[in-house]
Design a protein around this ligand. Sequence first.
Ligand code: 3HC
Length: 296
Amino acid sequence: MAIRKVGVIGCGLMGHGIVQVAAQGGFDVVAFEGDKGALDKGLARIEKSLSKLAEKAIEKGKPKEQAEGDAKAAFGRIRGSLDKKDLADCDLVVEAIVEDLDVKKKLFAELGALCKKETIFASNTSSFPIGVMGDASGRPERMVGLHFFNPVQLMKLVEVVRSSKTSDDVFAQARAFGEAVGKTPVSCKDTPGFVVNRLLVPYMSQALLMLERGDASKEDIDAAMQLGCGYPMGPLTLTDYVGLDTTLSILEGWVKTYPDEPAFKIPAILRQKVKEGKLGRKTGEGFYRWEGDKKS
Ligand code: 3HC
């Protein structure tokens, strides 16, 4: 495999997980953040997650020394950086920054000028067109989507997205990278929300509209989907888990581009909560109150 050194831009909710699974997959990883506080926080989360996973592996019978050694080795393959120049010689750079297309386009233009010509670019975007970012980078044939799921350490899927300009070789390398980090890749065309979010986000939005209309309580909507369909979380808990701001920005982007698509609706309750700073698990409150990873 041609990919050995991986850069990840952003060490937040998704980025820190991507850094971690890449390191666990044996890749050398540069974890870039613009802000020292955010970088330190991301690295601390990785250390905690690696030790949690080692604990679980020991419980399942993996020798303690080996489990702890593997976690330490994975952490040792990560280099935190506050300097974009450290990404220049990476074979693959994965962007996991804020969901704002203009900010992403600017970043990819910068990376196109900075990185070696062989570098493959990937975006973990939830909903923006990969082709537009590829064009901004100046090397659209070397651009793919690598869309991971939250929590990255546990969810087994990665969507590998190709635009009409992505080369066959780059796409094959991106799929192989997905497998090497322990995920099952599915191939997607460059359509809004790819496969998962095109189905999931309208479902979450319908659940919020249902709550708004007073058809059922949030607890009952969640219990209905958990117990009636076997989903691990109900839709309101999941919206809290994903982030209300992220959900809103996905819907806003779609409504702007596809105003006539009836599946893309923005519930007023979502706007209201975001306005109040209640963004879900990450701020301690969304539709529910949270203490860390658990509802309180
Ligand atoms: N690293 C290591 N361990 C972790 C972890 C992490 N990041 N996150 C959770 N764990 C551990 C927990 O600590 C817990 O350990 P314990 O059993 O010792 O207490 C264990 O994993 C199980 O977690 P929970 O007890 O919280 O309970 P669950 O059994 O419900 O598992 C879950 C958690 C895997 C998150 C499960 O609830 C689930 O699959 N939920 C649905 C998530 C989902 O749908 N994600 C996709 C969102 S959409 C998306 O990401 C796309 C974006 O573009 C919008």
